[in-house]
Ligand binder design. Sequence first.
Ligand SMILES: *[C@@H]1O[C@H](CO)[C@@H](O)[C@H](O)[C@H]1NC(C)=O
Ligand SMILES: *[C@@H]1O[C@H](CO)[C@@H](O)[C@H](O)[C@H]1NC(C)=O
Length: 702
Amino acid sequence: MRLILVALLAGLCAVSAVSVHSTNYAQKQKDVWRLFKYINQPSYYKDHVEIAHNYHLSKNVAAYSKPEVVEQFYKYWQYGKLLPRGEIFSVFHGEHLKQAVALFKLFYYANDYETFYTTAVWARNHINEGMFMYSLSVALIHRPDTYYFSLPPIYEIYPHYFYSTEVIKKAQYYKQMYSGQQGSEYNDKIIYANYSGHYLNLHPEQSLSYYMEDVGLNSFYYYYNLYYPFWMSGEEFNLKYDNRGEAFYYMYQQILARYYLERLSHGFGEIENFDWEVPFETGYYPSLCYPNGLHFPTRPNYAHLYEYFYNYGQKYGFNKYANSYSYVKDFERRIHDVIDSGYAHTESGQTVELFSHHGMNILGNLIEGNPDSPYYHYYGAFQVFARHLLGYSQQPLTYFKLHPSALEHFETSLRDPAFYQLYKKLLSYFIRYQANHKHYYNEHDLMYQGVEVKNVEFDSLVTYFDYFYADLSNAVYVTPQEFVQDSFKVQVAQQRLNHKPFTYKIYVNSDRETDAVVKVFLGPKYDEYGRFINLTDNWMNFVQFDHFVYKLKAGDNIISRDSHEIYNYMHDRTSYYELYQKAFGVHDQSHSFQFHHDQFWYGYPQRYMLPMGSRGGMTYQFYVMVSKQLPYKTHTTVPMIGSGMQYVDSYPMGYPFDRPVYWEQVFYDIPNSYFHEVKIYHEHHDHGYEQHLEHEATHYMV
Ligand SMILES: *[C@@H]1O[C@H](CO)[C@@H](O)[C@H](O)[C@H]1NC(C)=O
Ligand SMILES: *[C@@H]1O[C@H](CO)[C@@H](O)[C@H](O)[C@H]1NC(C)=O
């Protein structure tokens, strides 16, 4: 599921190994983390306060490679248009976004690391915290001199967006009770967090809340969107070689496929379809509150989305979001026209061919509504308005007082069931395109002469829940002294899905030595009623499980893979507190602190590699395909975002499930591929929450 693969990781490891020897790296990394602490308060570090007080952008214009970037930002500052600190920031509001991009450019175009850092420290105390954190994170990932720094886990920086209200309140309760007291009671409190399904019963699907509210899953989605921001120009910021439009399609296809697997293990079927005109069935109560005390907006069951209801009593004027329904309908119409006609046009009226080799990439850019779209203003930003509409947030009086819904933050989007329904609709556009214009794969396309997959074996696959610990200190407010001394700590523990380590083997016979690429997919076999799902209806439900290059020797090969080395997935990020301790614990700065590569990139959490099993075993199937290796053509040797170096091969993303399957028998017949049925079991511990889940699961089980 992760788009980055072996090549890049090898590259990153090399880079980090080099950097670790530079004395500066540890210091810089530490400096960067300090900026993320207690983000809802100003920084009280002396050095920060000094810089914030003394640094003047207008006197340092020459320190930025594009002076107009400083001018632009300075205008917002000078005319009092900047979102004040303490207000809620949303990247999906045009005005907030404009300012965030201006700030990002300031960071990005700083001439050297020192200027970048000074600008960041200045902004830390002057700029809205949400905007600061967002722009800084994107800049860290995209600047060539900082991309290998690790970002602290977002659920620890912004716990309000990841843990429900009662958890946050409890942390604050401890802080008020014990603050100022010395001794063991003060520190190291552990709060046991639950998911909203623990006490809410809005909808049967609430039983999936452990999945939709998982902190790792939600931060994966957040990080992906830092790497490929929807507003970022590929030309200006060097994303060109990543096929971001195609990657956009693939990312959502994978998220939906994976969610469907989890649904099946609870007896739920396909993700619902919806019409904009019919009241939206699935309500949502987020159980989250903003640091300023406002609760996240809720959506009732059967919400009316069309304009008369949605917009009732709203101001007429600048607020285009109040007209989201009209925008969504217009953009949808235009997207359909492009797909069926096969061409888009640019602002100057030139046509862009969509039935071409890069068609999928162009369509992805167009639908995402990023600046690489053929004509951004015409094809528009469908998802921005759709999120606003479905999120059901109230219209604000001014953009200073926004009250965004869960769908209007990347940190919380995956929590709302409407997210999956919306992106299912969006994926249906791509499928319509693929069905219109793609040639169906036949045996000549898929066959790899002389290579045969003879067998596939998996160890037993067992899921279970275990406790995951994270630092929750940022959920409270601290005194300047506590801030500097780091003297208040509270932890949160929450049950998350996991699985026992396993290995699997692929037995391949080859008639010669050859460079092959191996792909492994995990998909459903039966629907929620136990009916076999034909591949013609199932191809879009396969999750890419593993993907690697392998040198086959002539004769029999046994490829053995360990669940830990499956590179499509990421391990949990190291806790902020731990990272921080490590950095400060290192007296000799040249002494290494090694990061696992997982600290640098984003990926689907390793814990969720397997969908939850059941006591009697849930049936799924793996599909293995061995193909000729076609290396991806990269254009640079720097292993960073935009270089294309993360791609294992140059097949279309998701190949051979990158398009509808028509000749399904071919997939069963060609010798270089193999279907393997497995059962996934779930092991129970004596825990109330799990028993509740088990009850749901067995209830629906066929
Ligand atoms: C979560 O549920 C458990 C068991 O009912 C309870 O002990 C715990 O206090 C709950 N956590 C919170 C933060 O409410
Ligand atoms: C799958 O569906 C197609 C189209 O409906 C049908 O022709 C084919 O026989 C089905 N295959 C199986 C194995 O059921």
